[in-house]
Design a protein around this ligand. Structure first.
Ligand code: CP
Length: 296
């Protein structure tokens, strides 16, 4: 079975196949081809978008979910291991969607089961299905050819960034990374980009590069990943945007964010044509429908 573990596993053809299929699901189709399919949801960390859009996706395909529920209400609290948990739930469900605080958790789980495991976020590692909906959104707005994108905020702990950066190496994209030095891209992600021959620049300030951008992908500082709250406070709120900053941007700049946001994007931007983050979140349903349709 195919597992979905990192964005590095996607070729350009894989990505385009999912995005093309997602376009078919952009409106309700009434096509319930997966009536007998059950999707196991194993969320060991909070989620609104990923969990609910996977649930919407399988239900719109005619299937249903089996939700482990919160860690507190599961036998994880009795000390059950992740390996045992997934080995049990694979007997109940046709695919497993796993979010877990530990980097590498989905890969480890995939080694214990035969049904597809979909990584819905593994600590500060990867979030490959977020990347598919991000690419779908970029394709709808700026387009994926000859793209200049700025990716700003927590590049160290931001798993959506790691997956998106790797997937963009399949396209003709220039990637500008903007962050405090302490939250720069992890060396292993930068290494992958260099290996792929990607056009990459790293910056500590947005202002110099903003006028060139077709897309600005803003991220939340991942407070829950900092070993020390003081380190978090030193960088919190430093990499946000407000409406006046966008005066220097291209008229058709698309501002994206995987959400949830805290204060990185001034809500005054929500009413401008730059704001694409709510559409981006909505695209999670057709994109995950396309992915599930191909896996199940
Ligand atoms: N973008 C994203 O993964 O959101 P949730 O944490 O709400 O799933």
């Amino acid at each position: 079975h195919d597992h979905v573990l990192t964005a590095k596993q996607f070729s350009r053809a894989d990505i385009e196949a999912v995005l093309d299929r997602a376009a078919d699901f952009d409106r309700p189709t009434g096509d319930t081809r997966h009536t007998d399919s059950l999707l196991g949801l194993l969320f060991f960390e909070p989620s609104t978008r990923t969990k609910m859009s996977f649930e919407a996706a399988i239900k719109r395909l005619g299937g249903d979910v089996l939700d482990m529920g919160s860690v507190d209400s599961s036998s994880v609290t009795k000390g059950e291991s992740l390996a045992d948990t997934v080995r049990v739930i694979e007997g109940y469900a046709d695919a497993l969607v796993l979010r877990h605080p530990q980097q590498g958790a989905a890969k480890m789980a995939s080694e214990f089961v035969d049904v597809p495991v979909i990584n819905a976020g593994d600590g500060a590692g990867h979030h490959p299905t977020q990347t598919l909906l991000d690419l779908y959104s970029i394709r709808e707005n700026a387009g994926l050819d000859d793209l200049t994108i700025g990716i700003m905020g927590d590049l160290k702990y931001g798993r959506t960034v790691h997956s998106l950066a790797q997937a963009l190496t399949n396209f003709d994209a220039t990637q500008h990374f903007v962050s405090p030095e302490s939250l720069a891209l992890p060396p292993e992600v930068r290494y992958d980009l260099d290996e792929a021959g990607a056009a990459v620049e790293e910056h500590t300030e947005l202002a110099g590069v903003l006028p060139e951008l077709d897309v600005l992908y803003v991220t939340r500082i991942q407070r829950e990943r900092f070993p020390d709250e003081n380190e978090y406070r030193a960088v919190a709120s430093a990499y946000g945007i407000d409406r006046s900053m966008l005066e220097d941007a291209k008229d058709d700049l698309s501002v994206m964010h995987p959400l949830p946001r805290v204060d990185e994007i001034d809500p005054a931007i929500d009413d401008t044509d730059h704001a694409t983050y709510f559409d981006q979140a909505h695209n999670g349903v057709p994109v995950r429908m396309a992915l599930l349709d191909s896996l199940l």
